[in-house]
Design a binder for this molecule. Structure first.
Ligand code: ZN
Length: 331
């Protein structure tokens, strides 16, 4: 491991929350008591409706801790603590804020897989199982739910096809974003250079501590995995699970047992790099830069809160009449 180890084991205060985030590429729109995050590159496409939901507003009441006041939140997932009616009402309100109230909202039963569902007509089975959806059909609002995992939206500007992807560490490890691109290429002739990508709010490298197994799995799958981790990644990847961890021992104060070495994973950087490797132009990938765990005022974080809500990332193709209406209203 040599020289690498010493720099890796130095604890760092300010870890980057995301890779090359540029807030100018994003817009936080307040509408009807909700705040919707949109990516400017997707807003520019008049044939699309899209948005990433945030926490405030909504019909759901989340009790932060016993004895404390409850908070009104826009929970868009069917969780144990919330009623189905609230969630459906929230989903309706969210869709209408996107100008997509006439679209059919398609949600997945997400299983942290690399299953990609192509939608060619309204599916009879509901909800579909998997972690990515793509289509070329107008009137379908493709959604994924997250509370730390990375939501990703695609728009192929040439073939006019779209996708919504849920990518946690398992999905990232299995390259779900790249596989979705592959399916779109197979079915619609999508070329990576024509695809605009928006990577929404998710847990940042600042907060996402993962176990040795995760680091080892990434090391086995990606030559550049080292770049996505903070901490003694190289030592872990090399299979060094010696409990004595010399560098850590020397850092521990006398009389204290050494802390087990930890690594942090930057899933946003990983997904971005996977897409660039697959041929997507770096300047066409917008990264929101928000860490869900750092910003529980704006987002839900399962890691940080455990009992919490779900956000949605949504994208849909407008029908011809809707596209005209949108163009008119913006004139
Ligand atoms: Zn964070």
């Amino acid at each position: 491991m040599g020289a690498r180890t010493s720099t890796e084991t130095k604890p760092r205060r300010n870890r980057p929350t995301a890779h090359k985030a540029n807030r100018d590429d994003w817009n936080m729109r307040k509408t009807g008591g909700l705040q919707i995050l949109t990516a400017c590159q997707l807003v520019d496409l008049d044939w699309l409706a899209h948005g990433f939901s945030t926490r405030p507003g909504g019909a759901s009441e989340l009790q932060l801790s016993p004895g404390r006041r409850s908070e009104h939140v826009l929970n868009l997932g069917f969780t144990d603590w919330d009623g189905r009616r609230n969630v459906l009402r929230n989903r309706e309100e969210f869709a209408s804020c996107l100008g997509a109230h006439e679209m059919r909202l398609l949600a997945l039963r997400q299983v942290h897989s690399d299953i990609v569902q192509g939608i060619h007509s309204a599916p009879s089975e509901s909800p579909l199982q998997g972690d990515a959806l793509f289509t070329r059909e107008p009137g379908m609002l493709l959604t994924v739910q997250t509370a730390d995992c990375i939501p990703i939206l695609f728009a192929d500007t040439r073939a006019r096809a779209i996708a919504a992807i849920h990518s946690g560490w398992r999905g990232t490890l299995r390259r779900i974003a790249e596989k979705t691109l592959g399916r779109m290429r197979m079915e619609f002739g999508t070329r990576p250079e024509d695809v605009v990508v928006a990577i929404g709010p998710g847990i940042g490298g600042c907060c996402y501590e993962v176990g040795h197994e995760v680091a080892k799995e990434f090391a086995s799958q990606f030559r550049q995995a080292r770049e996505w981790f903070e901490g003694p990644f190289t030592a872990i990847a090399a299979g060094d699970s010696d409990p004595n961890w010399l560098p850590w021992l020397t850092m521990a104060p006398p009389g204290h047992a050494p802390e087990p070495p930890r690594v942090h994973l930057n899933l946003i950087a990983a997904n971005r790099a996977i897409l660039v490797d697959a041929g997507v132009r770096p300047q066409r990938i917008a990264v929101s830069g928000f860490c869900t765990s750092c910003r529980t005022d704006l987002f839900f974080s399962y890691r940080r809160e455990s009992e919490t809500g779900r956000m949605m990332a949504a994208i849909g193709i407008r029908g011809k009449s809707q596209t005209k209406r949108k163009a008119k209203s913006e004139r």
